[in-house]
Ligand binder design. Structure first.
Ligand SMILES: *Cc1c(COP(=O)(O)O)cnc(C)c1O
Length: 406
């Protein structure tokens, strides 16, 4: 799919250079081709394009040059043969499951996955006869036990997870999947290819919510699937063409430009997050900090090995409290005392975003389910941006230092 002229260039170079050919105008920044249809040079060529004997754009649901530029650039960063862009992260998961599964098939996912992922695969696909086992994220033996030989088609993992940063061993899961004749897909949203490249660790498919760090500035929704050329062209592409789960060219252009600074942002935001995690861990009002970059994290070593020595840009912490009601009041006080940081459930922005998982992303669970998942009423998630660390600490200290006034 990709022009051989890019072969041999380093990842950093490809992140700013790899795209489709410049137009006749020689634009230096990648063109935004905002067009739903394409004029065909001749009826004969048109027929060949529609027949699949010749490459060329025909209609927006089947491809667009700006979208292709994003796909080729992300594939290069992930070390994948090919990539297909989708309208959002969830549409990428929908496309993957719809393309690979049929009634009677079995899937294994972790109980700590993104909430909509759990609902889409665990509930919606159940209506079509796809069975799902939901296992503890870090318990490799549980993943293994859940495998049904000849029936399990897909293991789908997310690492690190939201909001407690649980890490799973991608290489070990890939071995488990392949021994059972199944595929391993990894949601690489939190780490991005700047820190973690699941295909190099044995995964078959990498799924992205481009909405988060690939854009990196909180502007658009986007998604993608990276895999082998064969899987993309034979499995995903035909379903996508017919179902319309495509990325708009404008959003593709935004995330394409976002990829140019991904490496720098992930390194800088990881460093700022580690600094904040260490500061929070030493704060007397904080009971516990969840961050893979901290030595206190239960999978710290695995995370450092798997994520290029960095912990990513999301941490969570528990405010000290005597009971759930007090914990909720204290967490709300910290969030409502902020003057600089945003109270916002998104992540992957240059602006630091803080959220209260127990009343938002995990608000629909019962208190018992939340307790079992470790999502306490005192838990605050921080998706660290690019502000000066002192300003971030001061903004959180405003509430943390005045909890006794409650
Ligand atoms: C946001 C998110 C998704 C869903 O992506 P959308 O672009 O919002 O559809 C999936 N997985 C993870 C880990 C996410 O954070």
């Amino acid at each position: 799919m990709t022009d051989p002229k890019w072969a041999g260039l380093q990842r950093e170079t490809l992140a700013v250079r790899l795209a489709v050919e410049r137009s006749q105008y020689g634009e230096n920044s990648e063109a935004l081709y905002l067009s739903s249809g394409y004029v065909q040079p001749s009826a004969e060529i048109s027929a060949r394009r529609f027949g699949g004997q010749e490459e060329g754009y025909t209609y927006g649901r089947s491809g667009n040059p700006t979208v292709t530029s994003f796909e080729q650039r992300l594939a290069a960063l992930e070390g994948a043969q090919a990539c297909l862009a989708t309208a959002s992260g969830m549409s990428a998961i929908m496309l993957m499951c719809f393309s690979l599964l049929k009634a009677g098939d079995h899937v294994i996912i972790s109980q700590s996955m993104f909430g909509s992922t759990l609902k889409l695969i665990g509930s919606e696909f159940a209506r079509f006869g796809v069975e799902t086992s939901i296992v503890p994220q870090t318990d490799l033996a549980a993943w293994k036990t859940a495998i049904r030989p000849g029936v399990t088609r897909l293991l789908f993992a997310e690492t690190p997870t939201n909001p407690l940063s649980e890490v799973c061993d991608i290489a070990a899961l890939a071995d488990l999947a392949h021994d059972a004749g199944a595929l391993l897909a990894v949601d690489n949203c939190f780490a991005t290819p700047a820190l973690q490249r699941p295909i190099e660790l044995g995964a078959d498919i990498v799924m992205h919510s481009g909405t988060k760090y690939l854009d990196g500035q909180g502007r658009v929704l986007a998604g993608a699937l990276c895999a082998s050329e064969q899987m993309v062209t034979e499995k995903f592409l035909p379903v996508q063409k017919n179902s319309g789960m495509v990325l708009s060219p404008f959003n593709a252009w935004v995330v394409l430009k976002g990829l140019e600074t991904l490496d720098l942002r992930m390194k800088a935001q990881s460093a700022l997050t580690l600094e904040l995690a260490q500061w929070l861990e030493a704060h007397p009002a904080v009971a516990r900090v969840y961050y893979p970059g901290l030595a206190s994290h239960p999978q710290h070593e695995l995370a450092m090995k798997q994520m290029n020595g960095r912990g990513g840009a999301v941490l969570s912490f528990d405010v000290k409290a005597g009971n759930p009601e007090q914990a909720r009041a204290r967490a709300f006080h910290v969030l409502d005392s902020m003057r600089v940081l945003s109270l916002c459930t998104n992540l992957g922005d240059t602006k630091t975003l803080c959220a209260h998982p127990a009343s938002t992303s995990h608000g629909k669970l019962s208190e018992a389910q939340r307790q079992a998942a470790g999502i306490t009423q005192g838990l605050i998630r921080v998706a660290v941006g690019l502000e000066h660390p002192k300003d971030v600490q001061d903004d959180l200290a405003r509430g943390l230092n005045t909890l006794d006034s409650l």
